[in-house]
Design a protein around this ligand. Sequence first.
Ligand SMILES: [Zn+2]
Length: 257
Amino acid sequence: MNYEVYAIKYAHHARRASENFIGGDAHDGPMPLDYFVWLIRGGGREIVVDTGFSAAMAAKRGRDHLRCPTLGLKMLGCDARAVKDVVITHLHYDHAGNFDLFPSAALHLQDLEMRYATGRFMGHECFRGAYEVEDVVGMVRRVYEDRVSFHDGDEEIAPGVSLHLIGGHTMGIQAVRVATRRGWLVLASDASHFYANMEQTRPFPIVWSVADMVEGYRKLQRLAESPAHIIPGHDPLVLERYPAPSSELHGIVARLD
Ligand SMILES: [Zn+2]
C-alpha cells in the first residue's frame, strides 16, 4: 500500500535563528516558522496528523493565522468532520488545538505524552509554556468519551502507517512513518523543527530531554528511506522543496510523496 502525503500550511511566525537552537546562532538572522498539519491518504483511508490552532489562539500567542487547518484539508477534498483517525504527535498548543473540529475521529496519542502533560513537570513554566491547559483538559475529556487511542512506543495504525515514540522535545512526542511510492517517508513533527536541527545536530531550545532529542534525530534517520525522506515540523523549506499538488495550492500545500 502506497499513500499520498500532504503538508498543509496554516500559520506563520517571524523569529530569529538564535531562538531556534540551544546556544543561539553565530550567524543570527531571520528564521521564521511555518505551522503545518499533514494528510495521509490512500486505500480509502484518510489519516490527519495534528490539528493545529485556532485564530483565537493565534491572537493570544502572537502568531499569524492564515486559515483554519480544516479549510486547508477541505482544499484537498478532505472533510474534517468525517475523518476517522487523527494522530496527535504531541499536545503542544500548535499541534493539538481544534480537535473538536474532528468529531468522528479516534485521537492517537502516546501514553507518555498524556503522562507528561498532566503530571508533575507541568508545574514548571519551562516545560508547560507550549501547552494550553484547555487543550490538555479537552484531551482528558476525550479519554472519558473513549475517543483516545493510546500507544506505547512503536505501533502500526494502518497497513504501512506506523507511530514511533521519539521523546526529547516532549516526553511523549511521536513521529509517523508512511509507505509511499518513493519509499518510507517520516513525518517528524517537532522531533525536528527545522532541517538544520537534525542535519547539524543542533537541538531546538524547547526541550524535555536534550539527550532524547539528539538520539531522536538518529531514530528518524533509521526509520526513513533516506535523510531526504524526513519532513521537519516547522521548516518553510518544505514548501520550497516539494511541489504543490495544483497551481492554486502553491504556497499552501506541498505533496511529499
Ligand atoms: Zn510545534
